[in-house]
Write a protein that binds this ligand. Sequence first.
Ligand SMILES: *Cc1c(COP(=O)(O)O)cnc(C)c1O
Ligand code: SF4
Length: 381
Amino acid sequence: MLQDFRRFVLNKDSLSVATASKIGVAPQRFCDWRWQMKNQITTSTAAARFVTLDDDERTAFADKTLARLFNVAITPYAMGLMRTTHDKPCPVRLQLLPRQQELHDRTGQADPLHEKPHSPVPEVVHVYPDRVAFCVAQLCPIYCRFCFRKRRDAEQGLHFNRTIIKRGLAYIRANSRIKDVLLTGGDPLIASDHALDNLLQQVRAIPHVEIIRIGTRTPVTLPYRLTTALAQILAKYHPLWINTHFNCVQELTPEACQAVSILLQHGIPIGNQTVLLKGVNDSVSKMEQLLRALVRARIRPYYLFHPHLVSGTQHLRLPLSVGLHIMRALQGRVSGLALPRYMLDTAAGKIPLQHQYLLQHDSHSAVVENMHGELWREQLA
Ligand SMILES: *Cc1c(COP(=O)(O)O)cnc(C)c1O
Ligand code: SF4
């Protein structure tokens, strides 16, 4: 534990030390993930210790209707990622601070992916024959305003619920076509080491499960959760993959990179799923900075999701043309390793989207468009 603490504060650019001293908390405490969870920011008064709020943000914090639509809670660490003044837009604020616009969404839906009807037993979403998303968690270090599972927030007791886990495991055990179990939520790493060890052991004991995946935003929201002790537990259940969720370059702090590096040292490959969001990562240059920073941190960009049609997010959604344009501009301009696939996530499954590069083809030749937008005829036979 002490070793983990040092890892987070020794870096000269440590955000932990700066944020901890700002609010008068000892860095060692600040780097304790349980302290972070106990001290989540839920009011404008608490938030004002970190940043200056604008009127809209202040009012939204106190709005009861908005609070019913979706939880508000933010770790002190994540508060430290925000611009402290509100003179310029901040991509982290847009993701985490509530805004009154959330109440003015005319078209958003509670469950845009129809996950409920796709769940044969509670919290096991079975859309693809060979894999399931198993929503074992309900709590998160922060509540991203665009979360497509915000509907689950209204229910109680979904977090590491024994009955849900027991029935979910029984379903997976009984379906030998399931080769890939994606543990998600909520954030599944918000549980004790013991609870995670126990759950992973049971999943790994199912003979037909080949890979285990965990979807977690902790590298972004609570990097202190990724201790050496946890990485050692996860590594007992290989092949285990983690997908995380960075949305802007500001989130790739030394702490986040350290946390990711511990997982990599334990043989856990890290992928990244980004959600395309207005004001956060909606330009070629913002996306390029994010993708380059990800590969420098040895995180492989996996998917770029078009924003879901989820309630309270109209102010963050944008047209498909924006995503297609960004992906087209980056093709050939950044390493192939840095390019995610742009996905439209639908109730009928995920659909990859891209600009049409192949214009014409027969068995002898193909007419294609290159990275400069020029036509090229390639002889094939
Ligand atoms: C996204 C998703 C998965 C995982 O899909 P991959 O494309 O393999 O990453 C599995 N099940 C459900 C229901 C999903 O929505
Ligand atoms: S961390 Fe993930 S599950 Fe939690 S609120 Fe954010 S997007 Fe939703």
